[in-house]
Write a protein that binds this ligand. Structure first.
Ligand SMILES: Nc1ncnc2c1ncn2[C@@H]1O[C@H](COP(=O)(O)OP(=O)(O)OP(=O)(O)O)[C@@H](O)[C@H]1O
Ligand SMILES: [Mg+2]
Length: 260
């Protein structure tokens, strides 16, 4: 479904502040995979998503999404194929616009404002909102900026998947929420990914989420993927063994390893 081949990205190339964000990343994600991605600050996790979304041009390598070479596709075109959530629940929404309007924009083309939202469209959107199980279907005309962080994040999730994306990218999407709300959004994410058979990559600093959810776990460090666990290896692992393995890898300079 998603194939990255020898992807490299360096910032501030000819200066002292050179930053190698992606250092020869090769990654093959299968359709329906739910991959959690961990790694310390500055490891290159968000840069990986930026490369996939076309937020910047990569220096080398290629990116194939569902058999289409998107390496040189502009960001706004890729946005139609890719759903993305950020840590900040307000990002990607228009806070002064209503729940209904935000979702309507997410599922329609740019000229959609030329006609009024039909009753059929309203029903479709309301059904999607009801599936979030947060009671937001009764507040369709309320401004998104008035919602709590958790409610907004549930809504951005609905917006990202209302037109089924080829891939869903979650960048620490529960990090700004209190623990019970984060748990709720994580369960909702898992339900939505499973029910819609989505292919999903999820960056998280929560080691338990990384282990408990999904069928593959990647660890990044200094722009490289240094650990790649499949479903069975992930089931057998624990947060402490991953942290120990991380320390071993750093100490021994090994890359791309699996836990035993
Ligand atoms: N636009 C940019 N300009 C310059 N350097 C950048 C840019 N984007 C990322 N970097 C650098 O690339 C490296 C990887 O950053 P990235 O944001 O991908 O890390 P991350 O793994 O997402 O970290 P975090 O967990 O803190 O979000 C860092 O050294 C960062 O400073
Ligand atoms: Mg990041």
């Amino acid at each position: 479904m998603l194939k990255l081949k020898n992807v490299r990205k360096t910032f501030n190339k000819n200066s002292q502040d050179i930053q190698i964000a992606l250092n020869d990343i090769t990654l093959n994600v299968k359709k329906g995979d739910f991959v959690s991605i961990i790694g310390s600050n500055g490891a290159g996790k968000s840069s990986l998503f930026n490369a996939i979304c076309g937020s910047f041009e990569i220096d080398e390598g290629s990116i194939i999404l569902d058999n289409t070479n998107i390496t040189f596709m502009p960001e706004h075109k890729r946005a139609k194929l890719i759903g993305r959530l950020f840590q900040d629940p307000l990002r990607g929404t228009a806070p002064e616009m209503s729940i209904l309007e935000n979702l309507y924009l997410a599922c329609s083309s740019h000229d959609s404002w030329l006609h009024r939202i039909t009753e059929k469209e309203k029903r479709f959107i309301k059904e999607k909102v009801a599936m979030l199980g947060m009671g937001l279907e009764n507040r369709m005309n309320q401004a998104v900026g008035l919602l709590s962080g958790g409610q907004r994040q549930a809504l951005t999730l609905a917006m990202a998947i209302i037109i089924t994306p080829k891939i869903l990218l979650l960048d620490e999407h529960t990090a700004a929420l209190d623990p019970p709300t984060a748990e709720k959004i994580m369960n909702l994410t898992n339900k939505i990914v499973k029910e819609n058979e989505l292919t999903c990559l999820m960056i998280t600093h929560n080691m338990n989420y990384a282990i408990d959810y999904g069928n593959r776990l990647l660890m990044m460090h200094e722009g490289q993927i240094i650990l790649d666990l499949d479903e069975n290896q992930k089931k057998e692992t624990s947060a402490s063994s991953i942290i120990n393995e991380f320390k071993n890898i750093i100490a021994s300079d090994r890359i791309l390893t699996t836990l035993r």
